[in-house]
Design a protein around this ligand. Structure first.
Ligand SMILES: [Zn+2]
Length: 78
């Protein structure tokens, strides 16, 4: 679905709703959150993620890093 009022911050193309993977790295930890709802550029693939959603993804990553996880993949559950 094309977002009428949104343009890619990089290439100014149209954007549409979709999902993306977000990777968090800190020291030895890599946490990948998959299927994060986002707005994607149809041209270059740049992803814009709502701040509420990115905070939620960050909270998951933070929790796992505190457990000392080295590499983990999560599905983002809305
Ligand atoms: Zn773009």
């Amino acid at each position: 679905m094309i977002m009428e009022n949104m343009r890619c911050p990089l290439c100014k193309s149209e954007m549409e709703k979709g999902f993306t993977d977000v990777t968090f790295r800190r020291e030895k930890s890599i946490i990948v959150i998959e299927d994060v709802p986002s707005i994607l550029c149809v041209n270059c693939g740049e992803a814009v993620i709502d701040s509420e959603i990115s905070q939620k993804a960050y909270a998951i990553a933070e929790r796992e890093m505190k457990r000392g996880v080295v590499l983990e993949f999560f599905k983002f559950a809305a």
